[in-house]
Every structure is written in C-alpha cells, then in structure tokens.
Design a protein. Structure first.
Length: 286
C-alpha cells in the first residue's frame, strides 16, 4: 500500500505560505491555496499513491478557532475531489495530529487531550473519511488517547509515532512497545513517520511484533543527505529514498509513503518498488 507524501513542505515548494499556527491549513483560507492543495493531491494520485491524507493536520479548534470545522470539511472535500479525477477507488485518510508541537512531547496536554481528539475524530468520521490516521505523535500517551477516540467512531484507525528529526524522541524499543499497545487498543495499522529516512529502519524492525500491518513514511532527513529538500523532488533523490524504503519492505512493512521533504517523485519511486515487491515471491528484494 503506497501512501501519499507531505502537504506542508510541498505547499512551501509551490510558493504557498504555511505560517503558524495553521501551518499547512493556512492554504485552505483562499482560492489559490485550495487550488494548490487539490493539485498536490492529484499529483500524488497520478504518481501511484492509493491512500491520501487530507489537509487536517492543523484544522483543530486549538489552532483554527471557530473556523476549524469549516476548514476540516474543506480539506476532506479537496482531497476527495482531486483523487476522484484519477481513481475513485483510492482512500481518503483524515489526519489527527498532536495538539501541540509534534517534536515537543513535553507540551502534550495532560487534561484536555481526550476531549479535543474526540471532537476532531468525530468530525472527520462525519466527513466520511475512509481512515483516521493519528500521526506524528512523539508522546505515546497522547497517541493512545487519540487512537482510542478514533477507534470509537467505528472508522478504521491507524496510528503513527515519530522519533523526531534526530531520531531520539522515541527509541526503537519505545516505538515497539507503543505499537503493541496500540494494536491491543484497536489500531488496524501501526507506522513510524517524520523520522529521517536513514534512521527509520531500526524503528520499523520493532513494529514487526505488533500483530497488525505496519509501515513507514519518513522525512528526507538533512538536506546534505540528498534525499529531498534542497535536492529537489527529482528522480535521483527519490531513487535514494526508495532504496532505503526497500529495507522497510524487507523487514515486513506493507505500507510505505513519504513525509517532510519528499514529493510526488518519491511516491512514484515507492509505487515502482511496491509493484516490484508484489510481483516477487516472499524473501528479500534483489
């Protein structure tokens, strides 16, 4: 299964501002931004992604205020419209992110997390997304609360943890234990995301014991690594990223995609890799 790539860094690459606190959701405020969001979704679909995450990472009351529900519905609609043009069988995921900074587990709210995640999960379910994706969580406790509220809606729920840009916010052992607990609480898939692609395998390997499908969508790491960012979204960087993703698949991952610093070219490279894996008997890819 191939996921799409990021919206935030791709919006920035296409000249759309992503200021705090809305970040990528700021693109939903005007017609040009919406057009670019729609185009990005369409490009990922054409590149071979079959699961597309709507631009709801920051469409929460905490960041968007009274307009949050309107922006959420708009984000889901844009994803659905764009994907329908390519293949209506593709699935739409609603993003449920940490309430605060995805690289600051110390900011995770102790008391309000459940109520706020419930509100978002229920709104996404009402928008008829196919998957609720609780993603980029560096705080295991908050991730599990968000997952429980997602599961309670009856929509298929996934959870994805992040070890952060330095791959040190959660250890591989932490992520392995969190994955097993998430599966026990109803997660239908467990992933690791927004961790440098060069450091993702050690975390993916710990997901293998969680008992449900698992995978990864990494970021491009430092620009000097040549996997994306300043290197652009061209074929050389995408091929290097896919070479790393090959290791995730060999470790048993059945869901792969891209996060910050990647783009449609990376998704196309992953599509080719996934198709190659599907054609071959079990065992390491050559």
């Amino acid at each position: 299964m191939v996921l799409d790539g990021p919206l935030g860094t791709e919006l920035a690459a296409r000249g759309v501002a992503t200021p705090a606190p809305l970040w990528s959701a700021a693109a939903l405020l005007d017609a040009r931004g919406c057009d670019v969001v729609r185009a990005i979704h369409r490009d990922y679909a054409r590149a071979g992604a079959t699961v597309h995450t709507a631009n709801t990472f920051r469409t929460k009351r905490r960041q968007a205020g009274a307009a949050w529900a309107e922006l959420l519905a708009r984000a889901v609609s844009l994803a659905r419209e764009a994907v329908r043009e390519v293949d209506p069988r593709h699935r739409i995921a609603g993003s449920i992110a940490p309430l605060e900074d995805c690289y600051r587990p110390d900011l995770s709210p102790a008391t309000s997390a459940r109520q706020e995640h419930r509100e978002l999960a229920q709104a996404l379910a009402a928008a008829r997304v196919d998957v609720l994706l609780c993603e980029t969580f560096p705080h295991v406790g908050e991730a599990l609360v968000a997952l429980e509220e997602a599961v309670a809606t009856g929509v298929e729920a996934w959870v994805s943890f992040t070890a952060g840009p330095g791959a040190d916010l959660l250890s591989p052992e932490d992520i392995g234990a969190a994955a097993r607990e998430a599966a026990a609480r109803g997660a239908r898939a467990v992933l690791v995301n927004c961790t440098p692609a060069t450091r993702t395998l050690e975390h993916v390997e710990r997901l293998a014991a969680c008992g449900v499908p698992f995978g990864a969508y990494a970021n491009a790491g430092a620009a000097a690594e040549g996997l994306g960012w300043a290197e652009g979204q061209g074929r050389p960087s995408a091929a290097r990223y896919a070479d790393l993703a090959r290791g995730w698949i060999e470790a048993g991952a059945t869901i792969v995609g891209g996060c910050c610093g990647t783009g449609p070219a990376h998704v196309a490279a992953l599509r080719a890799l996934a198709d190659e894996a599907a054609r071959r008997p079990a065992g390491p890819l050559p």
